[in-house]
Design a protein around this ligand. Structure first.
Ligand code: ADP
Length: 397
């Protein structure tokens, strides 16, 4: 079976067509600037690449163009869209409405649209728009929602609750949901395979460090805690997100800056993090360059990021009563040896020691950076969220 994985943003739509027999992506690409002048689809397939500079006023036109690209000349990989067995949609937030991948029915679609938008106002409406577009263009093809938060559904109450009035949690669903679940699930399972043990036998901390960053404690194959919270604003500081901050400081800042509630949350999401601290950039490559040139605020931003990530690793080792494996993944985790070294530095007391030379290597698959005398395995594992979405879609069907 071939599964189309769709990840829709407000003005973007990324996709992969995955062959479930080989678990390889036959084609992939992304539409950018949907609804904005200058829209473009960059598509790959059959080892070739093609750029479609074509007006895409909405997501329906975008998905029509994707289907065209999948069947088009030298980059085409299918003859008809009926070869697509199902579509798996990435959805960021599920709240407590969905705890596992879910086949779309009119009722499911209604719940997605009426209940979950306020939990991820930037992401979920876009996913719903992508879903509607696919349903219109591919009637009769099963649609499945795969939620970023599903992997975190196994957290115990003591981990996901905030210290607020319990009745308010019940009434409003204010609790920790977590994010990047498909990535944490994938890399923790890959780590277990690499080590050659069953997931049930291992205590793993996974660090998904990218534009958004989250750290997860995976005990016996199950998530028992994660650093992101009610929304993806919580946890470590990120590219432009503040990470954890005292709620009273938020109210104080809002008052001083004359910001509304909504604008304060936008400020914390878009103007803070390493971009805010450095005053230079949200991109860690720019921070590395700045730090090399002696920019003290770039050095500070990187120090803060390493320090905060390290604290989560320690906290989760404590939460699990030990740690067997530490995994780095996503844009920063996979590509920045400096950050990996900075996070691990000082964690020798937990049995975590990396081979500094090996850490500088680059590899397509899993990179093992464990030092010879390290008790804990330290691995760099490229994430593959699309494959998890495709697997879960296929499994459900
Ligand atoms: P997203 O959360 O958008 O999926 P990614 O996981 O792709 O993000 O991570 C993107 C981030 O990865 C970039 O913003 C950049 O900070 C970081 N990154 C990518 N390559 C490198 C590199 N070679 N060194 C340091 N950081 C990098």
């Amino acid at each position: 079976m071939k599964i189309l994985v769709v990840n829709a943003g407000s003005s973007s739509l990324k996709y992969q067509l995955i062959d479930m027999e080989t678990e390889k992506a036959l084609a992939k690409g992304g539409c950018e600037r949907i609804g904005i002048p200058g829209s473009v689809l960059k598509a790959k397939g059959n080892g070739n690449e093609k750029v479609y500079e074509q007006d895409m006023p909405n997501h329906k036109v975008a998905i029509e163009l994707v289907l065209h690209a999948l069947q088009d000349g030298e980059i085409g990989v299918i003859k008809s869209m009926h070869e697509i067995g199902a579509v798996g949609h990435r959805v960021v937030a599920s709240g407590e409405y969905f705890t596992k991948p879910t086949l779309v029915t009119p009722e499911v679609q209604k719940t997605l649209e009426e209940k979950t938008f306020e939990l991820a106002p930037l992401h979920n409406p876009a996913a719903a728009t992508g879903l509607r577009a696919c349903m219109e263009v591919m009637p009769g093809t099963p649609m499945v929602l795969v939620f970023d938060s599903s992997f975190h559904a196994t957290m115990p109450e003591k981990a996901y609750l905030y210290g607020i009035d319990y009745d308010d949690y019940k009434k409003y669903g204010v609790r920790k949901y977590g994010a990047h679940g498909t990535s944490h699930k994938f890399v923790s399972a890959e780590a277990a395979k690499y080590i050659g043990k069953k997931p049930e036998e291992l205590k793993i901390v996974t660090c998904h460090l990218g534009n958004g960053s989250s750290i997860t404690a995976v005990d016996g194959g199950k998530c028992i805690d994660t650093s992101m919270g009610f929304t993806p604003l919580a946890g470590v500081m990120m590219g432009t997100r503040s990470g954890d901050i005292d709620a009273s400081a938020v109210e104080f800042l809002a008052r001083k800056k004359g910001l509304s509630h909504a604008d304060t949350v936008t400020y914390l999401n878009k103007k803070c993090g390493v971009a805010g601290i450095s005053g230079v950039s949200s991109d860690f490559r720019d921070l590395d360059a700045g730090a090399k040139n002696g920019n003290k605020r770039c050095v500070l931003a990187l120090d803060m990021f390493n320090y905060q990530t390290k604290k989560f690793v320690g906290a989760y080792a404590a939460a699990m009563g030990g740690i067997d494996c530490l995994v780095f993944t996503a844009g920063i985790g996979e590509n920045s040896p400096h950050i990996r070294e900075g996070v691990c530095d000082g964690l020798e007391f937990l049995g975590i020691k990396i081979d500094k030379k090996q850490n500088l290597m680059r590899k397509d698959g899993i990179l093992d950076i464990t030092a010879k005398d390290s008790r804990v395995k330290v691995l760099v594992i490229p994430t593959n969220e699309e494959l998890v979405i495709a697997r879960e879609t296929a499994q459900l069907l």
